[in-house]
Design a protein around this ligand. Structure first.
Ligand code: GLN
Length: 479
């Protein structure tokens, strides 16, 4: 079985070439064959097969009542709620916790006959860039299982990479969908902030978090977006208008497109020369097709990572205060007093990276340092947004690498934690500014490790961004 797009799957189902049950069984077999990669925390085998059988009957007997996503098999990150199923955010602290409701995005795809096949492993509460911060152990890359998958949606990226589902729903606070997608040779997209409801997405940093999509084809991302971008009273930060479906966009000629690439991003010592080279070759060929490509300056680039980590840890320290051993999941059995119960439940329940970030966040919000760190970072965030508005007045898209290098070996543990934080240099911009961004596979290095190219668009111009990403089709020859 090698169906790489929903279009192919649906026509094969309609012609009787395959059945939904057959599809699900094939995916389950692939899950089993790749179990060593640790991409899934839980597989919903029986349930997925039951749902497949029901859908096969519907295809035969009442085809007019089929939802738009029949035949679409989806994995969901362990940070996205699915009613009556366990969810643990890659953490011990949510041990035994069951979702009381489905995330709005999950409900929307299920209503259209998508089938959820399992929940995927991730960094604890989405905090990480390598998927090595999960309570359930690291996720390994399907291209080389001695290497990391990327993170925090590592399981999601590997689930698509190894053909265990068609679509993965992940979350992206600072690159967690795009970076693992780049490391695994698949497409990863983060919508404009406010396009997709965050209801049912476990919060890490609420003003950054968005549900994102990983797929093999941009056209499938377009299809899923038109279904999950729905108004939702449960998320007050959502747009009330100009949601994905209503966005008016007419396809343009390539010769009408203007692209900017950021000088500081390319002339940066952290960037692998091969990736730099490959991107500039692609830009050259776009230019020869009539696209206008300009180099621009973005002097704020060096402030993005510090600004991101100050603001997200501040938000995280507040969001994670709800895990107190009383309401959700894990409660320490070793506590005698009430205070002990709070302290021990959190001490034993949270992993090291999460604790580090809660402490950092509490520090930057403390009375003595609030002005120096938190307020400053907020000011920089506003400057970034203002600067981008100016850029998007002149250009349709910004092009950047997705990550400075390919997936690194699992055994290679950087001594300096800042080194890992710095690897987010190209992805955090989209979340700081709330703009849409997509990583598309661009090539493989000499060791056959994939890397991607990143396109960023103006806020609310998601449709245009996906149109252009589809047009580029760099991915096609790799799939
Ligand atoms: N690597 C980033 C972090 O650790 C991004 C995480 C994410 O997007 N969830 O915060």
């Amino acid at each position: 079985m090698q169906y790489t797009s929903l279009r192919h799957i649906q026509s094969a189902l309609k012609s009787g070439e395959t059945s939904v049950l057959g599809l699900v069984k094939d995916y389950l077999k692939n899950i089993e064959e790749n179990v060593h990669l640790n991409a899934y925390v839980e597989v919903f085998s029986d349930e997925a097969m039951e749902n497949a059988k029901t859908l096969d009957i519907k295809i035969k007997e009442t085809p007019d009542s089929l939802g738009k996503l029949f035949g679409c098999i989806v994995s969901i990150k362990d940070l996205i709620c699915y009613k009556n199923h366990y969810i643990s955010a890659g953490s011990k602290i949510l041990d035994g916790f069951e979702s009381q409701f489905s995330a709005t995005a999950v409900q929307a795809i299920v209503n259209e006959d998508a089938i959820i096949i399992g929940r995927t492993n991730c960094d604890e509460f989405g905090m990480g860039s390598a998927n090595t911060n999960s309570y359930f152990g690291p996720v390994k890359n399907g291209a080389d299982d001695t290497r990391i998958s990327g993170g925090s949606s590592g399981g999601a990226a590997v689930s698509v990479q190894t053909n265990t589902c068609l679509i993965a729903l992940g979350t992206d606070t600072g690159g967690s969908v795009r970076q693992p997608a780049s490391f695994c040779g698949v497409v990863g997209y983060k919508p404009t902030y406010g396009m997709v409801s965050r209801h049912g997405l476990i919060a890490y940093a609420s003003s950054f978090d968005q549900i994102g999509i990983i797929a093999r084809q941009t056209e499938d991302i377009d299809c899923i977006m038109s279904i999950i971008s729905v108004l939702d009273d449960y998320d007050s930060t959502m747009f009330q208008k100009a949601l994905y479906k209503d966005e008016s966009f007419k396809a343009k000629q390539l010769s009408d497109i203007k692209i900017a690439y950021i000088e500081e991003a390319f002339d940066n010592e952290v960037l692998d020369p091969l990736i730099k080279n490959e991107i500039s070759n692609r830009l050259d060929s776009l230019q020869s097709e009539g696209v206008l490509v300009h180099k621009i300056q973005f002097p704020l680039l060096e402030y993005l990572v510090p600004c991101y980590y100050i603001l997200t840890t501040a938000e995280a320290s507040s969001n994670l205060s709800r895990y107190d051993g009383v309401r959700y999941g894990y409660r320490s059995p070793n506590a005698v007093t009430l205070d002990d119960m709070y302290v021990l439940s959190r001490t034993e329940g949270f992993g090291q990276e999460v604790k580090k970030r809660i402490m950092l966040g509490s520090f930057v919000l403390s009375e003595a340092y609030y002005e120096a760190y938190f307020t400053k970072a907020q000011q920089i965030r506003q400057m970034v947004i203002d600067h981008l508005i100016l850029i998007f007045r002149d250009y349709d898209f910004i092009v950047m690498p997705t990550a400075p290098k390919v997936a690194w070996p699992l055994a290679e543990k950087p001594d300096d934690p800042l080194e890992i934080y710095m690897s987010d240099i190209y992805t955090v911009l989209a979340n700081l500014a709330g703009i849409p961004a997509i990583s598309i596979p661009l090539g493989n290095n000499i060791e056959n490790m994939p890397f991607g190219i990143q396109l960023l668009g103006a806020a609310k111009e998601d449709k245009k961004l996906l149109w252009f990403a589809k047009k580029l089709n760099f991915a096609e020859h790799l799939i």
